[in-house]
Design a protein around this ligand. Structure first.
Ligand code: KIV
Length: 269
């Protein structure tokens, strides 16, 4: 039996069954060693295409290539044992047609060993979600603020401030749920709208900047660790790693310069 075959991860039906129950804990992670830490506490881990901005210094997620998602997806799967791993489909790999989406989603699943993919879009993606699910690919949907469409939306803007826009978001949620998505990320959405959607659909809602009314929460790990210079207003920063890393690097640089590094105990003789 292979090592991976002995690993028992949370499954898609287990996550779906948490609707209205114990809140679902999730975080993003992009590499093996942070994923191993997150794995102890998260029900699922998202290898988000936010890695383009967080790890690779891109201005948006639009430029993230499929191969990059696969490389980080593999690392996260290798580093974890318990959480369901979900990998984002990057911009341009699924919108054209259900067949293109299937080809790329299957590539992600085969090459990374992840348990599900996530894609952005509501009503317009329902046909594709149905096509993928029917063919064995579990899909997490993502509506509200959808960063891959930031050029159309005119930036990263909170959704649902105008009550007249609620119906469209509610229709999006209903469409992806009926198409077979097992969960749905609600990003950057006012609380009353997130609460309404959570009540209206049968699959768990996972909020990011969408209030505690959702069935679960997700944050970008580097944001909540205080590693990014800028974090969205809604993010509670639980760690202070940016300054801690800087202090360590500064001390190392000083020790190298004044020749107090390496200490006696660190020298091979
Ligand atoms: O790419 C990402 O990290 C995401 C989360 C913000 C949900 O999609």
């Amino acid at each position: 039996m292979s090592t991976q075959a002995k690993i028992r991860r949370n499954t898609v039906p287990q996550i779906a069954a948490r609707k209205g129950g114990e809140p679902i804990v999730s975080l993003t992670s992009y590499h093996a060693h942070t994923a191993a830490i997150v794995d102890k506490y998260a029900d699922f881990i998202l290898v988000g295409d936010s890695l383009g901005m967080v790890m690779h210094g891109m201005e948006s997620t639009v430029g993230v290539p499929l191969d990059l998602m696969i490389m980080h997806g593999k690392a996260v799967v290798r580093g974890t044992q318990k959480a369901l791993i979900v990998v984002d489909m990057p911009f341009g790999t699924y919108e054209e047609s259900p067949a293109v989406a299937f080809r790329n989603a299957a590539k992600i699943m085969k090459e990374t060993g992840c348990g599900a993919v996530k894609l952005e879009g509501g009503k317009r993606m329902a046909e594709t979600i149905h096509f993928l699910v029917e063919r064995g690919i579990p899909v997490m949907a993502h509506i509200g603020l959808t960063p891959q469409s930031s050029h159309v939306m005119g930036g990263f803007k909170t959704q649902g401030r105008d009550e007249d826009s609620w119906a469209a978001h509610e229709e999006d949620a209903k469409a992806v749920s009926e198409a077979g998505a097992f969960a749905i990320v609600l990003e950057g959405m006012v609380e009353p709208l997130a609460a309404r959607i959570t009540k209206q659909i049968d699959i768990p809602t996972i909020g990011i900047g969408a209030s505690a009314e959702c069935d679960g929460q997700i944050l970008v790990l580097e944001d909540m660790l205080g590693l990014n210079e800028w974090t969205p207003k809604f993010v509670k920063v639980y760690g202070d790693l940016g300054p801690a890393i800087e202090r360590a690097v500064e001390q190392y640089a000083e020790e190298v310069k004044d020749r107090s590094f390496p200490g006696e105990d660190q020298v091979y003789r």
